[in-house]
Design a protein around this ligand. Structure first.
Ligand code: MGP
Ligand code: SAH
Length: 455
């Protein structure tokens, strides 16, 4: 319980995603699978989020930097630059460590989702032996990361708040690497690593790939700082509701602009897609016209508005639509969204609209969905099972993104694929925790990641 709160109270979790392409008959995996996946997932993660993190941590550690650099001599500027490079190396090692733990979780989570897979995918199991994954009871499953790692991952977003020794132990780094006493943190010139130290540091990094290096020049970047109001009030209905309270603690992970007036009703508190995941889905479904079939208070619709030409946001609940409109205005994108009050099933049967993509995030039956070890997507989704819901969506387009519980039966998810086509199943993590999966269907959406092996 305690660690649960530590996890959920953090406002800026890191987002990691892994995906795998399946077709109805086989997963087309080969022995290189894990290594390839690891490489590409790490690169896309680091390219997507690395620089922002480096900057954020840098300015936390050296708040005086911005002013100091203005007056700095050329020599002092070079000293800062060297310090920045070391900082970048340290942080990359730090995130690589966490990433490795998440990857181990992914192996386990994927395996859990495939547990019930029977005849139809009989050859997948053999192929997955390459992953060296072991069957674990989902309720007791833990990553292969040690308990110390877990504690670290749960507690740590700010490296600075950890003891130096603890950091080094957990990062598996030598004392000359990433270690700084609190006192000399603010004295960049005295703590610059020697060149040889720097070199050996970079040699120690688990992945050496040129593309992996984020180009380093902190001076050239303007630093975004969003000031959060500290005085947001917990809505009364949440105070009395133990179930909901945990979502309050992660409000900034749901909406980074939460304190600018985001509105959510009870159902939406536990249903809204966290912003970083919604952003990822929006990158994947970027198109001209998209239908968000169950838009709720707009978590996904807002992000679609940033990547799509036009968003048709449908919900059966008028109050939620009003909140979605206000939330979209906070993100400055309300003008790109048409809010449609309708039953999606009815809409799909009657509309002449032919969007480029549809996103489905229907109700899962409330937070109790977690009580099922394996979530049956044909039985438990509302208002319809996954297959008939997909049939409705396919009247409009074949390009579909489907947001589903992390414990979904992957066999059922794969079975939604059209014969002869593939689907891509994406596992979305915030920090080390799997939040949900997103399945993509339709030729133009599914990544061609296995082409090489297929040839
Ligand atoms: P969760 O399992 O309730 O939260 O939902 P969490 O923090 O993982 O729970 P914990 O007890 O394991 O800590 C995880 C995410 O799934 C939420 O943030 C929502 O984005 C999404 N989600 C949850 N529910 C119940 C629904 C739902 O009914 N519909 C949709 N579309 N998304 C949901
Ligand atoms: N993706 C949304 C959350 C969706 S929650 C977000 O990130 O904010 C599921 C939503 O489906 C709820 O808002 C619910 O009102 C809506 N809904 C339920 N049945 C529906 C139907 N038949 N047609 C359209 N919307 C429906």
């Amino acid at each position: 319980m305690h660690s649960h709160f530590l996890t959920t109270s953090r406002s800026n979790p890191q987002f990691y995603t892994f995906s795998q392409v399946f077709d109805r008959q086989s997963a087309n995996l080969d022995p290189l699978w894990k290594e390839e996946l690891q490489q590409s997932a790490w690169l896309s993660f680091w390219e997507r989020e690395g620089y922002e993190f480096l900057e954020e941590k840098w300015h936390k550690q050296y708040p005086e930097y911005k002013e100091a650099i203005e007056l700095a001599t050329a020599e002092e500027q070079a000293a800062w630059q060297e310090l920045w490079i070391k900082h970048a190396h340290d942080q990359r090692a730090h995130f690589w460590h966490i990433f490795s733990c998440v990857l181990e979780n992914y192996e386990r989570d994927l395996h859990n989702g495939l547990q019930d897979v029977g005849q139809i995918l009989s050859d997948i199991d053999d192929q997955f032996s390459y992953l060296e994954i072991h069957q674990t009871d989902a309720s007791t499953a833990s990553t292969e990361c040690s308990e110390a790692d877990q504690e670290y991952l749960n507690n740590n977003d700010d490296q600075e708040s950890l003891g130096e020794e603890q950091q080094l132990k957990l990062l598996g780094l030598p004392t000359s690497f990433g270690a700084r006493s609190t006192n000399d943190r603010r004295k960049p010139k005295q703590q610059l690593p020697s060149e040889s130290e720097s070199e050996s540091d970079s040699n120690r990094l688990s992945m050496s790939n040129q593309k992996d290096e984020i180009q380093l020049d902190v001076k050239s970047r303007a630093i975004k700082k969003t000031k959060r109001q500290k005085n947001s009030k917990i809505p009364q209905f949440m105070r009395d509701d133990n179930l909901l309270l945990k979502y309050w603690f992660k409000r900034f992970s749901l909406f980074s602009r939460f304190d600018q007036g985001i509105l959510l009703d009870r159902e939406s508190w536990f249903s809204v897609t966290p912003e970083k995941i919604a952003k990822q889905t929006a990158r994947r479904l970027a198109s001209d016209v998209i239908v968000d079939a169950f838009c709720g208070c707009g978590g996904n619709a807002i992000q679609f508005a940033n990547t799509c030409g036009r968003v048709i946001a449908i919900d059966i609940d008028l109050k939620k639509l009003a909140m979605a409109r206000q939330n979209a205005a906070i993100y400055g994108v309300a003008h790109k969204i048409d809010f449609v009050h309708a039953d999606f099933l009815q809409f799909a049967r009657t509309t002449r609209l032919r969007p480029d993509a549809i996103f489905l995030s229907p109700p899962w039956g409330g937070p109790d969905y977690q009580k099922q070890q394996t979530f049956d997507i044909e039985e438990n989704l509302l208002p319809l099972g996954a297959s008939p819901l997909m049939e409705h969506a396919r009247r409009l387009t074949e390009n579909i993104g489907f947001f589903l519980p992390r414990s979904s039966n992957i066999k059922q998810v794969i079975a939604l694929t059209h014969a002869g086509e593939q689907c891509e199943v994406e596992h979305n993590y915030l920090d080390t925790r799997l939040v949900a999966i997103t399945a993509y269907y339709g030729k133009s959406l599914v990544k061609k990641q296995r082409q090489k092996a297929d040839k």
